[in-house]
Design a protein around this ligand. Sequence first.
Ligand SMILES: [Mg+2]
Length: 453
Amino acid sequence: MLEADGADEALNRVNTHSKPSDLRITDLRVAEITGAPFASVLLKIYTNQGIVGLGEVRDGASATYALMLKSRLLGENPCNIDRLFRRIKQFGGHGRQGGGVSAVEIALWDLAGKAYGVPVYQMLGGRFREKVRVYCDTDATVPSGTETGKRLKQRMELGFTFLKMDLGLMQIADVPGAVVSPAGSLEGYRDHPGRGPLKTIEERRVCNAAYDLHNVPHPFTGLHFSDKGLDFLEQYIAEVREVIGMDVPLAIDHIGHISMQSGIRLARRIEKYVPAWLEDVIPWQYTDQYRQLQDATTVPICTGEDIYLKEGFEPLLKSGGVSVIHPDLLTSGGILETKKIGDMAQDRGVAMVIHMAESPIAAMAAAHVATATENFMALEYHSVDVDWWDDIVTGLPKPLVKNGFVTVPDKPGLGIDDVVDEVISQHLQPGVTGIWLPTDHWDDEYSWDRTWS
Ligand SMILES: [Mg+2]
């Protein structure tokens, strides 16, 4: 009896992964950072047993999308991941609006893993691979295929075995006669609505007007590539291939908001350079147009980084309009949803690559799914030039991306020990005054939300 009491007393002193059944969520807080490589929001979910779950809100999204969920989570056992996910999933949406639900879902997996002492990939069913192949994204800002090829070659020398680059509208927007466009329409794409506080109503109006322009779906922009434009783009990828060779996979992104017909013409022009995929040629919602696009070319057609939930992927996969899907865990609904999406794609012979443009928290969440999903091909890495990226967290191999691969450690949860406040504090978003600040004002958020009656 005395011995049993002693054991209980000892257990009470252990405040991590001690009593998963009694684990409860006590708080949600955020750190809004920028430059890793874009703006994103690191999320902490705190518990009554001292363990903290890490998540991340998608690049470009708002912390509000996660914080507004706080009142739905307080007092709950974070190990009931799927039940909590189904409670909150109505508060997510496509694109950045999926960022809050997804961030929370990832932090719940981290907590469950830490509570039971198990890596996330193991809870998903175990390993399909020992290390996760990373594809290195490279913005093609230079107006020369040869120069971009040299930059890509440098990536290969760092050990990357899979590459991606931009090829499209913005490379030829300044070339006279390269783009057929309604007068004035191209200029607007150069302005991007930025982050941070605005001083005047007029600044707000201009910002929202820029939003409107960037939200015109491709079929309605009136933009088409001319033969001269297509010649330029074909020459560009030819120069790139000349430098990097034909052996290495090279994916193509940022074609621009051009017509599907221009997308088909570009795809046919570049077939002989064997792109790994052509990404987001048109909005993913146009399922029938995706089918037409894929039927018209041998280049694998890809989309998915803005799709929320497996239900969003289903029509595209059923239509045969994609050969590669590209979910972002921070939009798709998180870890388990992306595993389900990958498995659904596999049933139709479609490969999964994973979009990722945030900190090592997002990278590890994606790497666990990549480890545990059979049809996974490559994980995006956009931060090869960010020298403080690895310093955001502790407990992971440094560098995390080594010779073009991530090795997922056999540690509980995501495998991250902690985040480094000193590093984060040096890279806050404009207008942000601190990290992990109290969020009490979200404790009583309420509305009678139900998606049926
Ligand atoms: Mg993309």
